[in-house]
Ligand binder design. Structure first.
Ligand SMILES: [Zn+2]
Ligand SMILES: [Zn+2]
Length: 188
């Protein structure tokens, strides 16, 4: 099989709604211009469980994902349903290796409803935004001060709901530069 341009792997962990995987695959593929493929890479993530915090350390999952990623894949985005953390924060919606191969999002905290009765929660919409955001980090993008930009840092789901699913002009240019640089370096 020849896959010159490479692809993005969407890797569900545990019981993830297949429709959610599909839509995350479609939307991230469109944003970054790569074909996507659904491929579960990790059987279990017990190795990342912290007994005291009763949460999963996302950095450890990222390391395993990067190790198990197929060589022809450009990036890997995992979708989990458990509560994720990194030691300096109470929880995270996702994490990424800056300029690396792997990133992860979790639907766990994306189900929160900050405005009961006012707004329908769109888990899909939030998951898509978080997935594009984390993948953006793997393409070397950092947090953006622009509130509507997909690379803006979100402290709450209300912040996630407020931003768009697109890059601001600055991030878009940075992104395209990185893609060009990768094209130059990738063989075939
Ligand atoms: Zn971020
Ligand atoms: Zn931006």
């Amino acid at each position: 099989m020849i896959e010159a341009a490479g692809h993005i792997v969407v890797s569900p962990i545990g019981e993830v709604d297949p429709a959610l995987c599909d839509v995350v695959g479609e939307e991230t593929g469109r944003s970054f211009g790569f074909p996507t493929r659904i491929l579960p890479l990790l059987e279990e993530i017990a190795f990342a469980y912290d007994i005291e915090r009763r949460q999963y350390h996302s950095t450890k999952i990222l390391e395993k994902l990067a190790e198990t990623a197929p060589p022809q894949s450009v990036k890997v985005i995992a979708i989990a349903t458990v509560d994720l953390f990194i030691p300096i924060l109470t929880h995270v919606y996702g994490e990424a290796q800056l300029g690396g191969k792997a990133c992860i999002i979790s639907t766990y905290r994306l189900r929160e409803n900050p405005h009961p009765g006012q707004r329908r929660i769109s888990l899909k919409e939030r998951a898509i935004k978080e997935a594009i955001h984390e993948l953006g980090h793997t393409f070397k993008l950092r947090h953006c001060p622009e509130h509507t930009c997909i690379m803006h840092y979100c402290r709450s789901v209300a912040d996630v709901d407020r931003k768009t699913a697109g890059f601001c002009r600055h991030c878009r240019v940075m992104m395209e530069d990185e893609l060009k640089r990768m094209e130059g370096g990738v063989q075939g």
